[in-house]
Ligand binder design. Structure first.
Ligand SMILES: [Zn+2]
Length: 239
């Protein structure tokens, strides 16, 4: 891989990071992530996302101080979480996890599939920002998965490329799902398929997971309730 972009961008991202540090008394949701602060363990990061999701479900989201946050983050970012999610307008990760500027490094594609460009974006966050958690977030009634389940030919090569990435999940779901729950089963399989693709197609992601520096969490968003449900249980002994 040509890493010259990273070498160019890294100094810009990490310049003057001390400006991002906030007084210890600042409320957690008003505090930018200081690059020098130790990263919280994975379970704490996930618990924070779940707490945000519960606020979203209850309609009691935080009023973030976006003006001061924006200024603090102008000097650098240190998001704890990478999210690979669907482009669907109902599944905006910052909203459903009630997070703010600088909290999530988000890659969105229809069907939450990772093509080389999306994977490259994720590798950037893993390799240079060192985000320790990667959430693959699917959702109920996903149009991209529904299209793949239909088996119909797509009207363009680009749309076909999305369906091609989802097809293995549909094939897997067909081994056990009945026709009336094929789509919902394929949606869950597709989250798992995307997580497997990340490991299979990226040495950087694979090495980070092996080294215990990155945890991949598979999850599904429930359209009506607003809840995010984890699909893969935490590994025993995982921090
Ligand atoms: Zn979708």
């Amino acid at each position: 891989m040509n890493r010259s972009l990273f070498h160019f961008a890294a100094p810009l991202l990490f310049a003057s990071l001390s400006l991002a540090q906030q007084p210890a008394t600042a409320p957690a949701h008003h505090r930018a992530h200081a690059a020098t602060a130790p990263l919280p363990p994975t379970d704490k990061i996930w618990a924070n996302l779940m707490a945000g999701n519960q606020r979203f479900v209850a309609g009691k989201t935080h009023a973030y101080a976006v003006v001061s946050l924006r200024r603090e983050l102008a000097s650098g970012q240190k998001p704890h979480v990478i999210v690979l999610s669907c482009s669907d307008s109902r599944v905006a990760p910052e909203l459903v996890f009630d997070q703010s500027l600088g909290d999530l490094f988000v890659v969105r594609t229809a069907g939450n599939v990772a093509d080389p460009v999306g994977l490259g974006s994720i590798e950037y966050a893993v390799d240079h920002i060192h985000s320790p958690v990667l959430v693959v977030l699917g959702h109920q009634k996903c149009g991209a998965v529904t299209a793949a389940c239909s088996g119909e030919k797509m009207p363009s090569r680009n749309l076909e490329a999305i369906v091609d990435k989802i097809n293995p999940a549909v094939t897997q779901a067909k081994t056990y799902a009945k026709s009336d729950d094929l789509i919902e089963s394929a949606i869950k399989e597709n989250v798992h398929q995307s997580a497997k693709d990340l490991l299979a197609n990226s040495e950087i992601v694979r090495d980070a997971v092996k080294a215990g520096k990155l945890t991949i969490i598979e999850a599904e968003y429930q359209l009506a309730s607003g809840e995010v449900v984890r699909l893969n249980p935490p590994a025993s002994g995982q921090n």
